[in-house]
Design a protein around this ligand. Sequence first.
Ligand SMILES: [Zn+2]
Length: 72
Amino acid sequence: MDEPRRAGDEDLHITPCGDQVEHALTDDCVCGPAKEMCTDAAGATTGWLTVHHSLDGRESIEHLNHEPTQEK
Ligand SMILES: [Zn+2]
């Protein structure tokens, strides 16, 4: 599970729990986070969501676990 953290009034950072590295809650974190603009239900901009990537390889494992099976 990822945990959202409030870093400021406008920016929300999502970092992997228990990762091997400490994530800086900035745009230039070592993991190369992806940034998305957030909007509310009315379409108004509410700030930025910065999604950090785990550096312990768990995402490649998750990818393998979600491979669709070819069996019928
Ligand atoms: Zn990061």
